[in-house]
Design a protein around this ligand. Structure first.
Ligand code: PEP
Ligand code: MG
Length: 590
């Protein structure tokens, strides 16, 4: 205990507000962690010093990656799967080739020292993420800052580990906390977490939720008000803190804390169970991801694997395509994070609305109908084969399968399979390990593939229905035109008829069928799809808990009856009305 502990007990109760980070109520004494972030050295360098600065940066990267791996190994004993995964994602960020390229360019062109170049690179990356409209991505800016601070410490040779040693469980109060700093801080050591920065999607909050520790984040000025040993109450549900609580307040919160612990126990039991209908049938809910660190969100939301990894995001914002090694490393990490759950890697879907400068594509009248996805892969086989080889090699490290987007004809599938066979042979010739059998499937998102689903099922080991594009191409509605959104309904009978055909083909040919478009994340649509026979869906991670809950509240008979009623309707509005008749009450009560 530090000097002065306990002297504040007679002070008046103070309420401090933040944001709810992780639900739960905790009462206890504060342990204040003041990390005292090191200042950034700003030093101009001579051209002759450039190579040494770049080397210093690389040494820093290697050192921090080694430290994070060591922490991650330690964490295997004491931390949760998600905490380990966060550390692994950080290692991935530390070793990011883009970061190395960016820092190198800054050192060379701006003649600044490694620390300064790193700070500039990280600040710019964090600002870009913050500007995005996506709260999850915006929150990743803290991760970049953390990773930057870690490398900076490694360059300067300073201590990187923060060890919190408290003999009794405490409420940890800090400016910010990263998983590297919380490794080993299990529930028996930490009662709650409080940080000055962060939001619901920051890693402090994600990890706290995974550890089931209450957390309040974004409490401005917490460090200036809370001292070591101060009595605190943390209300993670409301995002509130009570400093120096009165005895009556303490008594009231003790009751609430006990009540919450009971609720939490019941919830934990529910999340760890596979997703099932009320009548017991298993429905696999998986997550769609675009960047590797989203795998963490998938886990924390209880998704059973990744049903769609949109790998095209690896090609964005760069002039050269990612190398085989870089891709292999990335896919491998995702596979390892998710293991033993499965991950479906989709080969790049570039073109259409997903423009990437690496390919220097010609401008087209109708990009959505142009050189996109596997069509581009076939036009640029060297880039496509590099990706296929990386994916094949990554299968040695987890449960991976490979999926081809935008397949429109069988001839096209055969052409891609030829390249795939060559990529397999390349990997084998180099003596590199891979899974003995790799499942190769297709996305069914072009109407022709849905129409010929039975024929495709003979040549694709699984089929994943991409309703975002299936709607666009079937109803001839550009998916990026908001004025036409009224036409673009996945409840349109034409879409449902195509989906029915794919599900039937899967059944007849004994091939797994899943659906990974936005339709799966709409609870009413999910109920319909299960009623139509679908047993596997992939959606944005945040939608998983709600869909799981809705499914648990219906029986197979109910959803089948609703689907039968919906499928005789002739318009999207009619389908919606039929589903509302069956499920309106259930969904509005939820
Ligand atoms: C789809 O088209 O439904 C799909 C899941 O793929 P994307 O949204 O990446 O085109
Ligand atoms: Mg698509």
């Amino acid at each position: 205990m530090s000097e002065g502990e306990g002297q504040r007990e007679t002070r008046a109760e103070v309420a401090l507000s933040g944001l709810p980070g992780s639900p739960g109520v905790a009462l206890g004494k504060a342990a204040v962690l003041n990390l005292g972030r090191t200042g950034v050295v700003h030093r101009h360098v001579q051209a002759s010093e450039v190579p040494e600065e770049i080397e210093r940066f690389k040494r820093g990267v290697a050192k921090s990656a080694a430290e994070l791996r060591e922490l991650s190994a330690k964490a295997h004993k004491s931390a949760t799967k998600i905490e380990i995964s966060v550390l692994e994602a950080y290692t991935l960020m530390v070793e990011d080739e883009l970061l190395l390229a960016d820092v190198t360019r800054r050192v060379e062109t701006e003649l600044v020292c490694a620390e300064w170049a790193l700070d500039l690179a990280v600040t710019e990356m964090a600002a870009t993420l913050r500007r995005s409209n996506d709260a999850y991505l915006a929150e990743r800016s803290h991760d970049f800052e953390f990773v930057g601070a870690r490398i900076r410490q490694a360059i300067g040779g300073g201590p990187a580990d923060v060890v919190v040693d408290t003999s009794e469980p405490r409420i940890l109060v800090a400016h910010d906390l990263s998983p590297a700093e919380t490794v080993g801080l299990t529930r028996d050591k930490v009662l709650a977490l409080v940080t000055e920065v962060g939001t619901r999607t920051s890693h402090t909050a994600i990890v706290a939720r995974a550890l089931e520790i209450p957390a309040v984040v974004g409490v401005a000025g917490a460090l200036s008000r809370i001292g070591n040993g101060d009595s605190l109450i943390v209300d993670g549900l409301r995002g509130q803190l009570l400093l120096h609580p009165r005895p009556e307040t303490t008594a009231e919160y003790q009751t609430r804390a006990a009540r919450f612990r009971d609720i939490q126990r019941l919830r934990r039991e529910a999340r760890d169970r596979p997703s099932k209908l009320g009548s017991g049938e298993l429905i696999e809910l998986r997550a769609n991801i675009e960047i590797p660190s989203e795998a963490l969100a998938a886990l924390s939301h209880g998704a059973r694997g990744i049903g769609l990894y949109r790998t095209e995001f690896l090609y964005v914002d760069r002039t050269e395509p990612p190398t085989e090694e870089e891709q292999y490393d990335t896919y491998r990490r995702v596979a390892e994070i998710m293991n033993p759950l499965s991950v479906t890697l989709r080969t790049f879907d570039i073109g259409g609305d997903k423009f990437v400068s690496v390919f220097q594509m010609p401008s087209e009248m109708n990009p959505a109908l142009g050189l996109r996805a596997v069509r581009l892969g076939l036009a640029r086989p060297e880039i496509f084969m590099t990706q296929l080889r990386a994916m094949i090699r990554a299968t040695a490290h987890g449960k991976l399968r490979i999926m081809l987007p935008m397949i429109a004809s069988l001839g096209e599938l055969f052409a891609v399979k030829e390249l795939y066979e060559q990529a397999l042979a390349d990997v084998d010739r180099r003596g590199l390990p891979r899974a003995e059998h790799i499942s190769l499937g297709i996305m069914v998102e072009v109407p022709s593939a849905a129409v010929l689903a039975h024929e495709f099922a003979e040549h694709a080991e699984f089929m994943s229905i991409g309703t975002n594009d299936l709607v666009q191409y079937t109803l001839a509605v550009d998916r990026s035109t908001p004025e036409l959104a009224y036409l673009a309904s996945y409840f349109d009978p034409a879409i449902l008829r195509l989906i029915q055909n794919v599900i039937a083909a899967g059944k007849d040919k004994n091939r797994p069928v899943l659906l990974c478009g936005a339709m799966a994340s709409d609870p009413m649509a999910a109920l319909l799809l299960v009623g139509m026979g679908l047993r596997e869906m992939s959606m944005e991670a945040a939608a998983v808990p709600e869909v799981r809950e809705v499914l648990a509240n219906v029986t197979l008979e109910q959803v089948e009856r609703a689907a039968a009623d919906a499928l005789v309707e002739r318009t999207a509005a009619g389908v919606t009305a039929a589903l509302t008749r069956h499920f309106g009450r259930l969904l509005s009560e939820g």
